[in-house]
Design a protein around this ligand. Structure first.
Ligand SMILES: *[C@@H]1O[C@H](CO)[C@@H](O)[C@H](O)[C@H]1NC(C)=O
Length: 518
């Protein structure tokens, strides 16, 4: 991996960001239009209602820039004021206050929400970064987590005490950002999705009420929170299952292949998926890696096994025989795996301030013809401009046993039939003159993935959505799903306060067909 180069690009990108460009509208207009609020108003009216550690600040405060830094700069939400909540009740009070002033609010944890629908937001950011407790419960079957926890510390803290739980694969990403949309991750073969592990959640509803949500309390809402949760509330804390860690080390092997191996490589992956045990995780990139080739994008393959190299050997051996350019392997404790794979909070993939034109698809198998077309398009388009060179195609092949063990009707997560999570990520420092090109390329790639499975309707993992997808692709094609979600949206969020992350909308509100795309 040529990580130093990527870091250089990121530094450049951050340096070139217009400082505070997202917050020039202070004081901001209320939705009703006529009046404005100032920081002083909020200090006087809101702060006294909050706990001692809660703070609020605007653009002129040194904390503002970091608090509003985002992984995705394209269509970033406009934040005028940050309020850091320190307790569950703080979140409730902030929401009640924002509603009384008719000002939109948006809960933010680690700032990885990437869908373009967030661009419609303009208002108060509720930061959850103070809510980071991790408390293992007596008996060791579950832990209570603050709503602001994120992958790296959760993995490290639990592992040290002999446990693991589901998180997303990037160490920088929160548990709930992905979890409220289902939540794929390395441990899903064993334990299902992040949301499959939810025991109960404390949720602030659209009107500011704080409720306890579980299979016994607000059962209908519990169903929503597992797949469509971003539309229904702010989780301030939650209890999730944890599991004894089983092994002391994972085996990791990372290989690079040249493009002439592409067809056979994907055939081997299809054969692997037919016999993939729950302990096996693999993912693939097409990307530029000058250590391997300075002329063509290469295939980067990452293989992880929860157990020993010996146990993993039958699964990786066929790939050795295919003839990689290079491989490296290691046995490591789980907390070291993200770093080894380039997905830790310190790695460039977690860096903030770039634009990511991300378009995804859910597949059942690789179609070799489609993969060739996707690779060729990538090789051509990535040369269009030097600043696009860190773009990549990512194809995640997590195990499925834990996901398949859950009845699909039990949660709002509708895509348990998708076996491979694939996406293009066209990334570059903010530069509007490249946007049309990048979006066009992204859409072409998504279409190639989907055309490779004729007869299967396109699906979108909500956390990878670009924001232009039909609701059915995100929330499920079975008509009962959207009907149920819309009914519960009317019940729990009648005024659409949670309408910025791939919102559930109603037919009568659908934009006219001639309206411009995002
Ligand atoms: C593979 O994808 C191509 C389009 O790229 C399509 O024409 C073909 O039918 C697909 N094959 C299978 C087996 O689905």
């Amino acid at each position: 991996m040529h990580l130093p180069l990527v870091s250089a690009a990121l530094t450049l990108a951050l340096a070139s960001l217009p400082s505070g460009s997202s917050s020039t509208l202070w004081p901001f207009s209320k939705l009703s239009g006529a009046t404005t609020l100032t920081v002083k108003d909020l200090e006087r009216e809101l702060l006294p209602r909050l706990s001692e550690s809660a703070v609020l600040y605007a653009e002129d405060d040194p904390r503002f820039k970091e608090a509003t830094a985002r992984w995705q700069w394209y269509k970033a939400p406009t934040v005028n004021l940050v309020v850091e909540a320190s307790t569950d009740e703080d979140v409730s009070e902030i929401v009640k206050y924002a509603n009384s002033q008719n000002v939109p609010f948006l809960a933010v944890n680690t700032g990885h929400g990437s869908t373009a629908t967030l661009g419609k937001f303009n208002g108060i950011q509720i930061s959850l970064n103070q809510l980071r407790q991790i408390d293992i419960q007596p008996g060791g079957d579950s832990a209570i987590f603050g709503g602001g926890v994120y992958g790296g510390p959760v993995i490290e803290d639990l592992w040290e005490k002999g446990y693991v739980t589901n998180t997303g694969s990037c160490g920088c990403v929160g548990l709930l950002g992905p979890g409220l949309g289902g939540g794929h991750g390395r441990l899903q073969g064993l334990y299902g999705l992040i949301s499959d592990g939810f025991v109960n959640l404390n949720v602030v509803l659209a009107d500011g009420t704080l409720v306890h949500v579980s299979p016994r309390s607000h059962k209908d809402l519990f169903w929503c929170m597992k797949g469509a949760g971003h539309n229904f509330g702010i989780v301030t804390s939650f209890e999730a299952k944890i599991y004894p860690r089983k092994v002391d080390t994972w085996f990791s092997k990372i290989c690079s292949f040249t493009e002439d191996k592409l067809e056979r490589f994907h055939e081997l992956l299809n054969e692997l998926s037919d016999k993939q045990p729950p302990e096996l995780i693999h993912w693939t990139l097409y990307w530029n890696d000058p250590d391997v080739s300075t002329t063509e994008p290469v295939i980067h393959w990452s293989f992880e096994y929860i157990g020993s190299e010996e146990a993993a050997r039958p699964y990786f051996e066929p790939f050795d025989e295919l003839g990689p350019v290079s491989c490296r392997s290691a046995s490591l404790p789980y907390p070291k795996i993200p770093q080894n794979e380039g997905t830790s909070a310190q790695d460039p993939i977690c860096g903030k301030g770039l634009q990511h034109m991300q378009f995804d698809a859910g597949l059942v198998k690789y179609n070799v013809t489609a993969q060739r077309a996707i690779y060729n398009l990538f090789a051509e388009k990535v040369k269009h401009d030097p600043s696009l060179e860190y773009s990549f195609i990512v194809m995640e092949g997590y195990s499925l046993q834990g996901v398949d063990n859950v009845d699909p009707a039990e949660s709002a997560f509708a895509l348990r039939d998708d076996k491979l999570l694939v996406a293009i990520n066209v990334q570059y420092p903010p530069n509007p003159s490249l946007d049309d090109f990048a979006i066009e390329w992204g859409k072409q790639t998504r279409k190639l993935f989907n055309d490779g499975q004729p007869g299967r309707r396109p699906t979108t993992y909500i956390n990878y959505a670009f924001g232009d997808e039909p609701m059915e692709a995100v929330y499920g094609y079975e008509p009962w799903r959207l009907e149920k979600l819309r009914g519960l949206k009317k019940k729990y969020d009648p005024h659409g306060r949670f309408s910025y992350f791939n919102p559930i909308t109603f037919e009568d509100e659908a934009p006219p067909s001639h309206s411009p795309e995002l």
